[in-house]
Structures are given as C-alpha cells and as structure tokens.
Write a protein that binds this ligand. Sequence first.
Ligand code: PGA
Length: 240
Amino acid sequence: MRVYLCKNYEEMSDLAAKTVLSQVLLKPESVLGLATGSTPVGMYERLCRAAEAGEADFSRITTFNLDEYLGIEPENEQSYHSFMKKNFFTRAKIKAESIHMPSGSSEDALAECTAYDEAIAAAGGIDIQVLGIGQNGHIGFNEPGAELSSGTHIVELTESTIRANARFFENEALVPKKAITMGMRSIMLAKTVMLMASGKEKHEALSGLLSGKITTSNPSTMLNMHPNAIIICDEEAYNG
Ligand code: PGA
C-alpha cells in the first residue's frame, strides 16, 4: 500500500487527478471504477478541465460506478446518476454507451446485481477504482458488519451513513434507506485502487485502514490485502 500525505483537499485532488490522467494516458481504453460523494468532486473538476483544455482524451474509456441509492430514478437530482453527469460525464464528454451505473430503479434488483458483475467482467475488469471512505469505514456502500458481500448487492444503509448523507437532501427522512453497491470482490479485483480521504471526520476510519489490521467492522481495511492500493489523504484526515 502506498500512502501519499497531502497538505489539504486541493493537493489531494491534484494528485488523484494526475493518477487517473496517467492511467488514461498510458491506456486510453482504460476501465475506470468511479465514486460519488464530496471527496472526489475536486478530482473530477480537474479531470473536466483537462478534457476541456484538450489535455486528456476520455473518448475510449469505459466507466463503472460503485453504487446508487435504491428506489430513486436516474433523473432525480439526488441520484448518483445526476451527480456523475453534473460533475464528470457531461463536461468530459463520456459517451453514454461507455457509462455503467447500478440502476436504483430496476424492477428486478437482484438481476440487476448479477448483470452488473457480468458487465464488469465482460469489460475486462477495472483498471483503476476510485474510492472515498465513509466515516464508518465503508467503501462504496459496503457497510461495516459481521459479514461483507463479495458481489454487487442490495444494502441497508447504516444510521451513520444516512446521517452523513443527509446534507445532500432537504432533510434526513428523505435519504434513501437502501442502496445497490458493488461488492468487495469487484473492488479487490481492480488492478489499482485509489482511495482518497479528506477532513478530520475521516480520521478514525483512515487510521483503521492504515493500522494494517483487517476487520469487517471497517471494510476499507480489506485494501491492506490489495497488491496495488494507493491512499491519498490530507493532513486533517491523517492527523485528526
Ligand atoms: P464523502 O463520502 O466523499 O461525501 O465524504 C465518502 C463515502 O461515503 O464513501
């Protein structure tokens, strides 16, 4: 595991964007695993600027997002579909047919899970998986618990995740209680994983990850077993 300690959010976003840009430069047909949330917004901004300046070409990439709320239409402003369109897909001109996101409105959610894993495998697996980290150590929506799921699955969000995500909704009651998320297997099979952590509120989860111990009560700790994990964090997340 390589750990990069950055001064602040801006430096972290710079380094994360450079890492993704090098991946795409070296392999223009890269399969990118993408994440939503506040953490990667600065990275997406830099990737969009690079695309708009003609310094990056995303025309041949394929993308798979980690997760989506369940019971929410893609057009809903709070959906992760909308987040990705606004923060990355539109400005970086990612082709619609290259974008994959779990559907939160599928009639048959279980079939959707199987199809999602098959689509990742058919694309040749993920070259680089971008990850944030929850205050409780979740990656994607793989929440802490006695067990972790390997494949794409439906999850009940924990109280802490619902509370943390309430800031994107009018009130906490409107935060969906369930989500569909890539499982640990797809994340661990990515050739490279790049986890970003910024801010004091991520300190505890990040410390667990950096301790080197592995526990399902902090799912991010599984990354200690990944052969090519990059952790990019800022001083607040690192020092608390
Ligand atoms: P955040 O979420 O980037 O909005 O803090 C990270 C996560 O929950 O994985």
